[in-house]
Design a protein around this ligand. Structure first.
Ligand code: JHZ
Ligand code: ZN
Length: 419
């Protein structure tokens, strides 16, 4: 079904990753990109890393928007530098999510809650504080070790049906399974959901959060397209995906996090449950936003091309006025943005990030140095391109001093804006 390319780690997606249809409509081609989170150590700065084609297409049969080329997950997730716990916005989101899950699923003292892609255990710690028995599953060895050391029991492996079976054997079935920002990352989402179905006890609840295609399209968040994100989910596509795995969606709640996400609540399809009424309204919003037709999605692709032109023009204007630019947030999406817009080290002096694992490294492809916030204080630019625009409020609050001394932020999406 999937044909290998010249680069062995990358495959052309010529059949839908969910339904197998070959009726795939190309939507947007962003060019060739290095892997967005594979930041470069200074000793490897002179070695060019592989670049892979980055584009999206629509399956006209099941309506899943997906990459045109997928990269072997082991190259991206076996060791990982991204930990969401650097953001207080995320920490607050975890508290709210934990309260919501506890209210939905009657969790007894022995009930098991499993998190797929549990990262450093931040969300699971919120459940532990609520007295819940938890187990994480995390493929990145460095981060799983960190979680275990911090007292969050974590299996270091990818989640699939075999992992689900092993957990069921050792720990029993799960009352709740949670996944945030995971489903979009896997090349075979049906297999992951079949694992969820296998592990979930009768009456159990699956809660999934993934970036929402509707927000991506409505706010021209083209930069959230990178190889880690294999699928871009609409509720339309999620319904079929869940049904194929024996799950039924019973609720869907939009979330502001990560530029707009969808919190999905699903149960085993063999369990009685009445779906929440707002599901119909969300499906109608998706129709209106044009995310389930190739014409609507091509309009988004055109907006993306115009955004690039406007951002390039804004940068050129600032430079012509003698302004010096740096950036804030060594984000995965930032690397898509920099590469697609052709911004280089000549344009962006450095990128500030408070994650110590990222500091001292260079951005993939563009080789822009990543520095600590101390560097910003010592050598402030005139303008900071905000590559973590999804955390704008939190970051701008922290950097009030930068604004007070006359500095400005260049926010790239939904359209370039200096503030
Ligand atoms: P942030 C990640 O994308 C990767 P990224 C992943 N693939 C995914 O799916 C999405 O999240 C959802 C820094 N920061 O969250 C920390 C500061 O320096 O937008 C992070 O490096 N100071 C899993 O990488 C970055 O910004 C601060 O005050 O696009 C934010 O990354 C704050 C708040 C953050 O995700
Ligand atoms: Zn399909």
């Amino acid at each position: 079904m999937i044909t290998p390319l010249a680069a062995p780690a990358c495959r052309v997606v010529d059949a839908c990753l969910v339904c197998g249809s070959r009726d795939l409509a190309p939507l947007l081609d962003l060019g060739e990109h290095a892997l967005a989170n594979n930041l470069v150590t200074p000793d490897a700065a002179d070695t060019a890393e592989p670049r892979y084609p980055l584009g999206i297409q629509l399956c006209q049969s099941c309506l899943l928007v997906q990459l045109t080329h997928i990269v072997d997950p082991a190259l991206m997730f076996s060791s990982y530098l991204y930990v969401p716990s650097t953001s207080t916005t995320w920490l607050a989101h975890c508290e709210e999510l934990a309260d919501d899950v506890c209210a939905r699923a009657e969790l007894g003292p022995d009930s098991l809650l499993v998190e797929i892609g549990s990262n450093d255990g931040t969300l699971l710690r919120a459940f532990q504080r609520r007295g819940v028995r938890v187990l994480g599953v995390e493929p990145a060895t460095n981060i799983a070790a960190e979680a275990n050391a911090a007292g969050v029991p974590t299996l270091n492996r990818f989640f699939d049906e075999a992992t689900a079976e092993a957990i069921r054997q050792e720990h029993g079935p799960a009352r709740v399974i949670v996944a945030t920002n995971v489903l979009a990352h896997v090349p075979a989402p049906v297999r992951v959901l079949c694992g969820v179905r296998l592990l979930l006890q009768p009456g159990g609840v699956f809660v999934n959060e993934s970036p929402s295609l509707c927000d991506l399209v409505e706010h021209t968040e083209f930069d959230t397209i990178y190889h880690e994100h294999v699928s871009y989910f609409s509720l339309h596509a999620l319904r079929l995906l869940c049904a194929l795995a024996g799950l039924r969606i019973v609720d869907a709640v939009p979330q502001a996090i990560h530029g707009g996400s969808l919190r999905l609540v699903a149960v085993r399809a063999d369990q009685p449950w009445t779906p929440a009424p707002q599901i119909g309204a969300l499906l109608a919003r998706e129709q209106a936003a044009g995310v389930v037709s190739s014409a609507g999605l091509r309009a988004f692709a055109e907006r993306t091309a115009r955004l690039r032109e406007r951002l390039q023009a804004a940068v050129r204007e600032l430079q012509a006025a003698g302004q010096r630019l740096a950036a804030y947030g060594a984000t995965a999406k930032g690397n898509t943005l920099l590469a697609y817009c052709g911004l280089s080290r000549d344009d962006i002096a450095y990128i500030v990030d408070r994650n110590p694992l990222k500091q001292g490294r260079l951005t993939p492809g563009t080789r822009i140095p990543i520095v600590s916030p101390d560097h910003l204080a010592a050598d402030p630019p005139d303008v900071l391109l905000l590559l973590a625009w999804n955390l704008a409020d939190e970051i701008r609050n922290q950097l009030a001093w930068f604004h007070e001394r006359g500095g400005h932020f260049l926010v790239p999406v939904p359209e370039p804006r200096l503030c």
